[in-house]
Write a protein that binds this ligand. Structure first.
Ligand code: NAD
Length: 512
């Protein structure tokens, strides 16, 4: 890494060689494989991590079990106070952590910083929430009885995260889980291990300073095998997994087999419907940002544009000229719009998608290609592409995690909505229209079937205040705002008799 990056790594406590497992501030020696994290920005090695092994996994889980016995007794607002301090610490490290995320994952510096801002925001949200873990009270049908419900912590929350949000997804889960009284074990993506190590180093001191059991915050950097261990572990009552649908099916099945709980946040295949009443000054930048931002590697990236036939040709030309202006290069250079894909495997997936599109009859508006030459030495840079396709092509129904945008023509809005819904995934969706009837139909129960449905906003990105997640093969889980916290707790219904009788419910008589 450059001298600037070396300084940033030092500020964050990331060494040249790092253990891949920690219990709070206690870093565990492991005998796992050593992996090197390479930056897709310039192809350079950043640092090494020795992966967690089965022994380290056991230690982290046992520490978490112990920690839970104490942490669940800390009053929720006091847990919130500690999360508040974590938010303050993240503010101090925002620039360094955001830059590392950008360098290790390849997203733009603005997006790297944005990710850390999201972590700060969810901490603030969780602080407020720590005083609002409300249950309901009900009227009992029996005289002199009281009935209410309360929410108790679950225990260990296992967090499996994807490469494309190296740090924010962990914060979404852990900030809420902590105020709910749970303890967390994080298995980050093995493609971005250093960002995870940096996070652990940022928060470890806060728990220590507050005298909290270090097992509240555990880290195990490992591959899918460690993830599978967690999914099968009955000591982990909740597994929150973010990643591909393939991974989610495996995790959901393993957790389901033991009747554990899971929150699944999986792939998307997000479309924007652009009607003849759209304001194109909003629709075009919304579509282009959604399709090429993070090089098309967001779960909410725009993959399909479903365009009314009357504006189709005009829009196609405008998109072509917008794509002509895109600057592709280092995401750390703020003049560039599009950075690299995460690694060469991702480049191969992009290339094989291009082959399939051609084989199924797709027509290039802007043909994709892998870029080479100065600035592209890492081999991870690709050209954002646009293809005209049919919605039912197999490749179109599949999430390709790269900047490939599909154009599809429609004539009636009902037909457009049917196409938008006719894919296996159901994460994010949008309509661009200034017509109230169109937008209301799109948002109605006969409209979009996705977890997120926007009007005059693209599909990409979301605020932390709402519940985030999607339907069908996206997994059905919800994280972040609204009442997503309920998934991190168990509900208990309590009925208390303060009479001198024992009346039974439903008027049942039982006399001795
Ligand atoms: P991935 O599925 O390859 O890996 C995700 C994580 O799961 C990694 O930590 C990996 O080690 C682990 N894993 C893989 N197989 C596993 C198994 N069988 N058991 C347990 N753990 C396993 O995904 P990725 O390439 O890192 O991320 C891209 C995918 O994530 C895309 O499909 C994207 O849409 C999705 N994603 C979804 C959301 C969302 O909120 N819906 C957010 C971000 C990313």
């Amino acid at each position: 890494p450059s001298s600037d990056m070396t300084k940033i790594l030092k500020n964050l406590g990331v060494e040249a060689s790092n253990p891949g497992a920690a219990i709070g501030s206690k870093w565990l020696p492991t005998k796992g494989e050593v992996i090197t994290s390479f930056s897709p920005v310039d192809g350079k090695a950043i640092a090494e991590v020795r992966l967690a092994d089965a022994d380290a996994y056991e230690k982290v889980v046992r520490a978490a079990q112990e920690a839970f016995l104490e942490w669940r007794l800390v009053p929720a607002p006091q847990r919130g106070e500690i999360v508040r301090q974590i938010g303050l610490e993240l503010r101090k490290h925002k620039d360094d952590l955001g830059t590392l995320v950008s360098y290790e994952m390849g997203k733009s510096l603005q997006e790297g910083l944005g990710e850390v801002q999201e972590m700060i925001d969810i901490c603030d949200f969780a602080v407020g929430l720590s005083r609002q873990l409300y249950g309901l009270t009900m009227h009992s049908e029996r005289p002199l009885h009281r009935m209410y419900e309360q929410w108790h912590p679950l225990g260990i929350v296992g967090i499996i995260s994807a490469f494309n949000f190296p740090v924010a997804v962990w914060a979404w889960n852990s900030a809420l889980a902590w105020v709910c009284g749970d303890v967390c074990i994080w298995k980050p993506s093995e493609k971005v291990p250093l960002s995870a190590i940096a996070c652990q180093k940022i928060v470890q001191g806060i728990f220590e300073k507050n005298g909290v059991h270090p097992g509240v915050c555990g880290l195990i950097v490992g591959d899918a095998e460690i993830g599978k261990k967690m999914a099968n572990d009955t000591r982990v009552p909740l597994v929150s997994a973010t990643g591909s649908t393939r991974m989610g099916k495996a995790v959901g099945e393993a957790v389901g087999r033991r009747l554990g709980k899971s929150i699944l946040e999986l792939g998307g295949n997000n479309a924007i419907i652009i009607t003849e009443n759209a304001d194109l000054n909003i629709a075009i930048p919304g579509a282009v940002f959604g399709a090429v931002g993070t090089a098309g590697q967001r779960c909410t990236s725009t993959r399909r544009l479903i365009i009314h036939e009357s504006i189709y040709e005009d829009l196609k030309q405008r998109l072509q000229s917008a794509y002509g202006q895109l600057r592709i290069g280092s995401p750390l250079d703020q003049n560039n719009h599009v950075g690299p894909l995460i690694d060469k495997d991702a480049v191969q997936m992009y290339e094989s998608a291009l082959t399939k599109i051609a084989a199924e009859g797709g027509k290039a508006v802007i043909a994709g290609e892998v870029l080479s030459g100065p600035g592209y030495e890492s081999g991870c840079y690709v050209k954002p592409a646009i293809y005209e396709v049919k919605n039912d092509y197999e490749i179109v129904c599949h999430e390709t995690f790269a900047p490939i945008l599909y154009l599809i023509k429609y004539s009636t809005l009902e037909e457009a909505i049917a196409m938008q819904n006719a894919v296996p995934q159901g994460l994010s969706s949008a309509i661009m229209t200034t017509n109230m009837r169109e937008s209301e139909l799109f948002l109605s129960q006969a409209g979009s079937d996705c977890g997120i449905a926007n009007v005059n906003i693209g599909t990409s990105g979301a605020e932390i205040g709402g519940a985030f997640g999607g339907e069908k093969e996206t997994g059905g889980g919800r994280e972040s705002g609204s009442d997503a916290w309920k998934a991190y707790m168990r509900r208990q219904t309590n009925t208390i008799n303060y009479s001198t009788q024992l009346p039974l419910a439903q008027g049942i008589k039982f006399e001795l």
